[in-house]
Structures are given as structure tokens and as C-alpha cells.
Ligand binder design. Structure first.
Ligand SMILES: Nc1nc2c(ncn2[C@@H]2O[C@H](COP(=O)(O)OP(=O)(O)O)[C@@H](O)[C@H]2O)c(=O)[nH]1
Ligand SMILES: [Mg+2]
Length: 237
């Protein structure tokens, strides 16, 4: 068998990171905070976006890009709340920045305070890809077990905030909020942690306040002229 060595003189990874940083800077200039949600399938990303949009969209223009392997079911769910563009990967386990750029262009939104990106349900591959977000938020639901942070450390290490979701189910499942938070902080001590239920509404106000504060801190007109990747993303990839 003959072998052939192909030399690729392009650093694809560097190109991806540069494109993501350029997208982030563009959004910062537009004063749009990009918030990305990552989690396992079924943790409650879409439900949380529905409830968040109900709260925020009254006073703050928002839009959503939502990734799935197949179907536009999540876009259909979110469309009543905000302009939404479905990204369907046809099998790929994560989104990449060119898909986000294309979907954003298709949406052609006017001025936005928030752009939410719901990533493909998966705790592994998405963690390695920068989508140009300012905030990376990981959801862990009470039905998944409180031992997951240590098992999927990269997803937790690269996130800015952790949402412990479905706390209305705590009386019925063996899940300790304290144990989950402790395990998550072992891999990322700086995580902001929220516990909420998108069903009962408990904890939603704190979550929305956090988003508004982060909007003010990161992209508010008077403060953020540039986006600093080390401040918002910590060179975490
Ligand atoms: N009990 C309960 N169920 C929830 C909550 N949030 C979402 N769900 C349910 O969990 C399932 C998956 O939610 P979904 O938003 O589609 O999760 P995604 O796959 O992460 O987008 C749906 O049946 C939701 O109604 C919650 O706070 N409490
Ligand atoms: Mg979803």
C-alpha cells in the first residue's frame, strides 16, 4: 500500500476562531449580546428561551438561532415569541460559525439587544467551537443526575454560567443542587449558577436580571466599544 502525505498550509482552527471573534465584535458594535445555550438534549433549552423571550421581548428586541440535527420543531415553538431561524445540520453534532453567520444573514434582523443561539443537544462537540457568543450558558436539568460536570468537564470549563433547570422536579428525582454546583465549580470556579424552573417560573427573574446586567456590562452603548475575547471568553477553547 502506498501512502501519500498531504500538507495543508492553512490553520483551519485559527480561521474559525478569527471568524467567531469578528462576529462577536460585529455584534458588540451593534450592542447585541450573543447568548448561547448548550446542554444535553431535553434539558429545557427551548422552554427556557420561550420563557425568557416572554419576559425580555416586551422591552428588548431579541432574535433566536436554533440548531438541530433534523426538523424545524424548535423554530416553530419559538417563532411566536421572537424572530427565529432554524439551523438544521443534517447529522453534525454541533454548530459552527459559518452556519451561524448564514442563519443570521437570513434572519436580517433590525437592531437587537439579544441574539440567542440554541446549540445542538450535546455536551461534547459543541464545547470545542466558538460561535461568536459573548456568554456561553450550560443547562443541566435535575433529571440528568448531579454527577455530570465532572464527566463532561470541557463543557463546564468553557462556560460562563450554569443553569440548573427543572427544579420543580426536585421532590421526585435524586438530584442535589449543592452537589451539582460543587462539581461544576471544581472545573470552573468562576461559573455564575442559577437554579430555575421554566414550568413554575421559579428563578426566572434572577436569570433575566443576569442577562440584562450582562447586556449592560458587555455591549451597552456607553461602555463597550470593543469586545475583548479574554474578558468574555477567557481564551477558553
Ligand atoms: N418539569 C419541567 N419540565 C420542563 C422544564 N423545562 C422544560 N421541560 C420539559 O422538558 C422537555 C424538553 O424541553 P426542551 O425545551 O424541548 O429541551 P431542549 O431539548 O433542551 O430544547 C419538554 O417536555 C419540556 O416541556 C421545567 O422547568 N420543568
Ligand atoms: Mg430545543
Amino acid at each position: 500500500m502506498t501512502t501519500r502525505t498531504v500538507t495543508v498550509n492553512r490553520d483551519i482552527r485559527a480561521e474559525e476562531l478569527a471568524a467567531a471573534q469578528a462576529f462577536r465584535e460585529r455584534m458588540t458594535e451593534r450592542h447585541t449580546l450573543v447568548v448561547r445555550l448548550m446542554s444535553s438534549p431535553g434539558s429545557g433549552k427551548t422552554r427556557l428561551l420561550e420563557r425568557t423571550a416572554e419576559q425580555l421581548a416586551k422591552n428588548h428586541p431579541i432574535a433566536v438561532l436554533v440548531g438541530d440535527v433534523e426538523t424545524d420543531r424548535d423554530a416553530q415553538r419559538l417563532a411566536p415569541y421572537a424572530p427565529t431561524q432554524q439551523i438544521t445540520t443534517g447529522g453534525a453534532c454541533h454548530l459552527e460559525i459559518p452556519l451561524v453567520e448564514r442563519a443570521f444573514a437570513m434572519l436580517e434582523p433590525g437592531p437587537l439587544d439579544f441574539l440567542f443561539i440554541e446549540d445542538i443537544g450535546n455536551l461534547i462537540c459543541p464545547a470545542s467551537h466558538d460561535l461568536g457568543e459573548h456568554l456561553r450558558v450550560l443547562l443541566l436539568s435535575t433529571t440528568e443526575g448531579d454527577d455530570k460536570p465532572g464527566k463532561y468537564p470541557k463543557a463546564f470549563r468553557t462556560s460562563n454560567a450554569l443553569v440548573l433547570s427543572k427544579i420543580d422536579l426536585l421532590p421526585h428525582v435524586p438530584f442535589s443542587l449543592e452537589a451539582a454546583e460543587r462539581d461544576a465549580r471544581r472545573v470552573q470556579p468562576a461559573l455564575r449558577v442559577f437554579a430555575l424552573s421554566a414550568h413554575s417560573g421559579e428563578g426566572l427573574a434572577e436569570w433575566c436580571d443576569f442577562l440584562l446586567q450582562e447586556h449592560q456590562r458587555i455591549v451597552a452603548p456607553n461602555e463597550a466599544a470593543t469586545c475583548n475575547i479574554t474578558a468574555t471568553c477567557g481564551g477558553r477553547l
